[in-house]
Design a protein around this ligand. Sequence first.
Ligand SMILES: NC(=O)c1ccc[n+]([C@@H]2O[C@H](COP(=O)([O-])OP(=O)(O)OC[C@H]3O[C@@H](n4cnc5c(N)ncnc54)[C@H](OP(=O)(O)O)[C@@H]3O)[C@@H](O)[C@H]2O)c1
Length: 329
Amino acid sequence: MRAVTYHQYGGPEVLSVEDVPTPTCGDDQLLIRVQAAEACKSDCEMRSFEYAVKWFMIPLRLALGLRRPRRPILGLYFSGIVEQTGADVEGFSPGDAVYGSTGMRRGAYGEYVALPAKAVIAAKPATMTHAEAAAVPLGGINAQHFLERAEVQPGDSVLVNGAGGVIGAHGVQIARAMGASVTGVDAAHKEDFVRSMGASHFVDYQQRNVTELEERFDVIFDMVPDTDVSAMLDLLTPGGRYANGNPRLTTLLRAPLSRFADHKIIVAFADESRAALKQLAASIEAGEIEPIVDRILPMDSAAEAHQLVDSEERIGAIVLAIGERANER
Ligand SMILES: NC(=O)c1ccc[n+]([C@@H]2O[C@H](COP(=O)([O-])OP(=O)(O)OC[C@H]3O[C@@H](n4cnc5c(N)ncnc54)[C@H](OP(=O)(O)O)[C@@H]3O)[C@@H](O)[C@H]2O)c1
């Protein structure tokens, strides 16, 4: 099969397309014909090994490969069609359209990926194309997780910092669907996009320091790695909740102490689950979550796709079309 591979850490140019062996389907596995994979920030970070938040770099380097990447095929989030099911698999059949996460196995940048049937895989939302669905799991699962942990209530005011990003844009939509009024913070050229996701207010972070806002918020969902957390906490109403999806070590250490304070700090990472994917698919089919795809590029343009993500020249998600049916529902 063809796959986008990398054999050394570095810039987008380390990516190339190669012929590699097609994975075999074990008894407890699904072989999935990948149709589309998100070229997400996490893929780019694993490629370059450059992280804004540094505390997990040592364990991650051990996991990914000390001198060079141990697994040459990137790709965390995908949508595709079940090609084959192992002898022990129940609940999936060849031909099923599915979407999900490969987890740390990666491999969604190849034409086929073999995953355990118990992996984070669910029926693709029927109203989305494969390319649109591939852009959901990362942003959707993380945003849903943090906003649920923050116990957003109807009528709450929610600030999403980094609202034009893949996780932030899902956060705006999910907070809105939970009945909140949403203020999105991002760069000016993303204002229309963030408002189209459901934000009723927008702050351009390059013009205005968000910590100087006069408004107060019941919930802040922060995806920006270098925020001044103390100043963000001052923006909360009494009893407010601050969820940080990209925490520095100091924020991680500080979170447990917040149980004694007037506000709650939430930093626990999302536990990717099939239940979360199913819930997202239901929200999508109910019209609560819209696609956030900026561009769909062929797998031969994987380096260009990563370049667009690295340089943030995107409004929404960049998706790689891996199969011929990427644009089909
Ligand atoms: N917690 C988790 O479980 C988890 C999971 C996956 C990923 N992450 C991490 O979370 C980060 C964000 O993920 P993502 O995919 O949503 O990234 P993303 O799509 O790049 O979104 C980040 C957004 O924040 C904006 N931004 C940058 N600086 C800002 C500032 N000072 N104030 C307001 N907005 C600002 C960026 O705009 P510009 O164009 O101006 O830069 C961009 O629109 C990544 O570093 C990723 O590794 C966390």
